[in-house]
Ligand binder design. Structure first.
Ligand code: ZN
Length: 387
């Protein structure tokens, strides 16, 4: 019994079946850039419009299948894991995950009520997930072939991380968000846009069409594109500030060449977690005759789960990441199964920030970005939720 601190319920199976029709492959068209989860309070996707003066507890009706949720009270002052993946393969290390374990990670997270959100959504305070679920950010570094590849027939290689993600989502439509893909546009094969062959082996036009198709898939499926410098440069070894800014700025430019014209890259991952000598260079800078880049989110290379964006300690210019090393994620999930005190639990309403009174001291009202705080009484001590 002590380990049964939460239980799972499954919901909206009928809705889920309807959404299965949205198959993987991303050929279904034109989601707009950054449009994920941009529902406004006035949006009426099945929800009755909120009347003036209605209690704030009237959350909008769920927009789609809910999937398994944790039976825990809201705690939007809880922490959010920003997971960090690199290559697929075997044996596992800090930077290698087997595809089988990556698939297990998706399943384990989903069953426990975790849902993917992008870094952009966290930054924009747009964590729009069902009540009782926990946001989790997936980041993928280095753009290797094992992450994403199209087979000669044009379908996604199922033995890649993207292939696994797409088929998981097809089976579990409530797995609704996307991941964050940190790309090295000028790295040597196989880290050049997920294993595209070098220029000499493939006609340039074909290679560029493949890259564009990958970027289109990410954008259409609610994923986020992140810059990881031009070729994984050690920013601490740049000969001067300008060289560091070039590696970042030209990197961003080279990725944007394959993205819709208005796509704004907001997230940057430090190669090997090394900062440039002048730290602010990682946050913003100029390159090539005054062109400008701005990285609103800078990802570190290690750390534990992050505080949410309205916590007084939140610093988007230095976001810790949780390396998915062998056993590490399993251990963290077990810790939160046992004691969910610091686990973020959504109240289901993207317009409000609900938290137990005991966590009020960390709230910075100046960081709410227009959201409404809702302080809740603390759960009675020892009162484990019952199913
Ligand atoms: Zn890297």
């Amino acid at each position: 019994m002590p380990n049964e601190l939460y239980t799972i319920r499954r919901a909206a199976v009928a809705l889920a079946l309807g959404a299965v029709l949205a198959a993987c492959g991303g050929e279904k068209g034109s989601s707009e850039v950054g449009g994920e989860g941009k529902d406004l309070p006035g949006d009426t996707t099945g929800a009755a419009p909120a009347a003036e003066g209605q209690p704030q507890s009237a959350a909008p009706a769920p927009k789609g299948p809910t999937g398994p949720v944790a039976n825990l009270p809201p705690n939007e002052m809880g922490r959010i894991m920003v997971l960090e993946y690199h290559r697929t393969g075997s044996p596992e290390t800090e930077f290698v995950r087997t595809l089988a374990n990556f698939r297990k990670d998706l399943q384990a997270l989903y069953e426990r009520g975790y849902r993917p959100v992008t870094m952009r959504q966290v930054l924009e305070r747009n964590i729009d997930i069902p009540a009782g679920t926990t946001p989790v950010v997936f980041t993928f570094d280095d753009a290797t072939r094992g992450q994403f590849y199209f087979r000669p027939d044009g379908s996604i290689d199922p033995n890649t991380m993207v292939g696994s993600w797409a088929s998981f989502k097809e089976r579990n439509p409530a797995w609704s968000g996307g991941g964050v893909w940190c790309i090295l546009p000028a790295a040597a094969h196989p880290s050049n846009f997920f294993g595209e062959t070098p220029d000499k082996a493939t006609p340039r036009e074909q290679r560029e069409a493949n890259i564009r198709k990958k970027m289109e898939w990410f954008v259409a499926n609610g994923h986020e594109i992140c810059n990881h410098t031009l070729f994984h440069a050690r920013l601490d070894k740049a000969k001067d500030n300008q060289q560091a800014m070039d590696w970042i700025g030209i990197g961003e430019d080279s990725i944007k060449a394959y993205l819709p014209a208005d796509y704004d890259i907001v997230t940057f991952a430090l190669p090997l977690g090394m900062w440039p000598k002048s730290k602010p260079t990682a946050w913003a800078g100029t390159y090539r005759n005054g062109k400008r880049y701005e990285n609103k989110v800078v990802l570190e290379v290690s750390g534990g789960p992050n505080v949410p964006p309205w916590d007084r300690r939140w610093d988007p210019h230095s976001v810790d990441r949780f390396i998915v090393a062998p056993g590490a994620l399993e251990a963290q999930l077990a810790r939160w199964d046992k004691d969910p005190t610091n686990r973020y639990i959504s109240d289901g309403d993207p317009r409000t920030v609900s938290y137990p009174r005991s966590q009020a001291a960390n709230l910075d009202r100046g960081k709410l970005g227009g959201l409404t705080p809702r302080e809740l009484p603390d759960a009675a001590p020892g009162a484990a939720p019952k199913s």
